[in-house]
Ligand binder design. Structure first.
Ligand code: COA
Length: 363
């Protein structure tokens, strides 16, 4: 048995490849370096969905229909009641997605892409006692998310930064949430069921729940001079340093630099943000040195969540929404994998090793 299925190959995919030794991510034949900062979210949807959802469609048509779906799902926001509003934003988002019909066609897929993008900003505004802002279907997906969040037209730089984030995290091999999506799809349940399972897997702090705590950590450290003592103390208390370590990467996660680049392009003129990036870089250097000394046999490097925290913060997402924004970006990967599994795979049904007691033998 392989604990945590480490190194077990459980699916064949044409969608993405994570090279953990070289620190490279390939999405459908394109290296992340050529996507992040260059492609829009809609480009990556077209790339990942191509051939998996039946009909042929071009990028412009797909963008138009995605905009229409944002307008359609907005009606579900009215279902948020008092008890639901008490839940964390990602749970409100999940509950609203559970209202959507199941299915395996392009409309279901586009509705599922639209849903988290609409439900998360609406949930955040409702929690603040503000009215949700209706989607504007003619905007790009990223622009509309920011418009719904802040009730203002975002700048070009902000849209580019969110696009870079959504593209960077769109797909990433057989991570825990994508595996969950494929397991559900392997039973021939529909895409909505797959996405709901995936959100459940994503929200844990070992997977998509880390960036909020990264920001907490940076704020608690406060200054570069404090970093070493703070980090050593955390490790002495048995804590893990959030934003470091990865199951597959043994070198730096390439997504970290893609996001750091997007962050720097977004915040060039702002001295407070510049100071924050400097602090993050100092904490990163200190953490890497400490982890190397403490865990010489386990290469631990920075992962995607570290700069995610700073980028989403700079885009005015509150930290309790970070996991939900991750879900907005990763849904396209979950859907593509679910379709690939449903079209080509078998029912996923591994076995377990029984280590419990045996029935009492009759005397
Ligand atoms: N800080 C401190 N120690 C860490 C660590 C971290 N971030 N990540 C791993 N380690 C240590 C473990 O304690 C373990 O040490 P041990 O063998 O002495 O017990 C060793 O490295 C191996 O860890 P393991 O839990 O087997 O690795 P994994 O492949 O199961 O875990 C993560 C991968 C991502 C879950 C893990 O690195 C982690 O918890 N990181 C922090 C959370 C995070 O940033 N998540 C976002 C991932 S994109």
């Amino acid at each position: 048995m392989k604990n945590g299925l480490e190194d077990v190959v459980a699916a064949e995919t044409q969608l993405s490849h994570v090279d953990g030794e070289a620190g490279q991510l390939i999405i459908r034949g394109v290296s992340l370096d050529h996507l992040a900062g260059h492609a829009s979210y809609e480009d990556v949807v077209a790339l990942l969905f191509g051939g998996l959802l039946g009909q042929a469609y071009d990028r412009a048509e797909l963008a138009r229909r995605l905009g229409e779906m944002r307008a359609e799902v907005f009606a579900h926001v009215g279902a948020v009641d008092g008890p639901l509003l008490e839940l964390p934003p990602v749970d409100i988002m999940r509950a609203l997605i559970a209202r959507l019909p199941d299915g395996d066609d392009l409309d279901t897929a586009l509705r599922l892409l639209a849903a988290p993008a609409v439900f998360l900003p609406a949930a955040l505004r409702l929690k603040l006692g503000e009215a949700p802002v209706a989607p504007k279907p003619a905007l790009s997906h990223s622009a509309d998310i920011l418009a719904m969040l802040g009730d203002r037209m975002p700048s070009k730089q902000e849209v580019a930064a969110l696009d870079a984030y959504l593209v960077t995290i769109s797909d990433h091999g057989l991570n825990a949430s994508t595996f969950a999506s494929r397991v559900v799809a392997s039973t021939k349940a529909g895409l909505t069921s797959s996405v709901l399972a995936a959100i459940g897997a994503l929200k844990g702090p070992l997977h998509g729940g880390a960036p909020g705590p990264v920001l907490d950590m940076l704020e608690a450290i406060g200054t570069a001079e404090n970093a070493e003592a703070w980090l050593l103390d955390a490790l002495d208390h048995g804590e893990r340093l959030m934003g470091f370590g990865h199951r597959v990467y043994r070198v730096r996660d390439p997504r970290a630099d893609a996001l750091k680049g997007a962050l720097k392009r977004l915040t060039t003129a702002d001295p407070a943000s510049h100071h924050r990036i400097q602090l993050a870089e100092a904490v990163e250097q200190s953490a890497l040195a400490i982890l190397k000394a403490r865990k010489p046999d386990r290469p631990l490097d920075v992962n995607v969540e570290f700069y995610t925290a700073l980028l989403l913060d700079a885009l005015s997402f509150p930290r309790e929404a970070f996991t939900g924004v991750f879900a907005i970006g990763r849904t396209v990967g979950w859907i593509a994998h679910a379709r690939e599994q449903a079209l080509e795979g078998r029912l996923i049904r591994p076995r377990s090793l029984y280590v419990g007691p045996l029935p009492q033998q009759a005397a």
